[in-house]
Design a protein around this ligand. Structure first.
Ligand code: GTP
Ligand code: ZN
Length: 209
């Protein structure tokens, strides 16, 4: 097997068909793309490029091959029923329209449920990585992170804010480098209670550029 097995992203990566990264097929596709661009994939500088690019894509799309339930499988009880917020989680993803990067930061917060079910702080950053390392749109990335937390931790509330720059809007097309897009996904108490939401927004607002 050339790749790692994973669950189908169409079902949020939790269940479904298993698939693998096909290194040889990716190499052939990159070689074909170079030919289509009028390049010579056999010249010295490009000889190893298809294999290199294929390996890079396997790494950059690693989130396709990991089940989010694994990331949040370890939880523990801690009697804390108030906001837990990790800000400024660096995030690199790929816009699925152009396969160009969009990158920025994610802010992820939740209010544990009355049983105090919490997860390790690093798991929030791992969850961001898992959903970012796929062909994505920023809105879906944001809501997938929020919904995974809702499913796995059954928290009283969740807030996810992603602020990113899309290179497809900077280095080509409309050419607006430096423009940033902010998306949010808010669930449960953080959506329904104005005071809970205000507290979280206030903390996150200071982190936005
Ligand atoms: N909503 C949303 N749009 C995105 C995201 N990433 C890229 N896009 C947009 O996807 C759209 C694709 O538009 P198309 O008209 O199909 O493609 P295009 O001709 O290359 O568009 P231009 O980028 O305007 O040149 C563009 O407007 C992009 O800015 C994203 O994460 N969310
Ligand atoms: Zn794009």
């Amino acid at each position: 097997m050339t790749g790692t097995e994973h669950a189908d992203p169409a079902t949020n990566g939790e269940v479904g068909a298993r698939r693998v990264f096909d290194q040889k097929r990716a190499e052939a596709a990159v070689r074909e793309l170079l030919l289509a661009c009028g390049e010579d994939p056999d010249r010295e500088g490009l000889r190893d490029t298809p294999a290199r690019v294929a390996r890079a894509y396997r790494e950059l799309f690693a989130g396709l091959y990991t089940d989010p339930s694994e990331v949040l499988s370890k939880t523990f009880d801690e009697s804390h029923e108030e906001l837990v917020l990790v800000t400024d989680i660096p995030m690199f993803s790929f816009c699925e329209h152009h396969l160009l990067p969009f990158h920025g930061v994610a802010h992820v917060g939740y209010i544990p449920n009355e049983h105090g079910r919490v997860t390790g702080l690093s798991k929030l950053a791992r969850l961001v990585d898992l959903y970012a390392k796929r062909p994505q749109v920023q809105e879906r990335l944001t809501s997938q992170i929020a919904d995974a937390l809702v499913r796995r931790l059954e928290p009283r509330g969740v807030i996810v804010v992603v602020e990113a720059e899309h290179l497809c809007m900077g280095m080509r097309g409309v050419r607006k480098p430096g423009s940033r897009t902010t998306t949010s996904a808010v669930r449960g108490l953080l959506r329904s209670s104005a005071s809970s939401r205000a507290e979280a927004i206030e903390l996150i607002k200071g982190r936005l550029r």
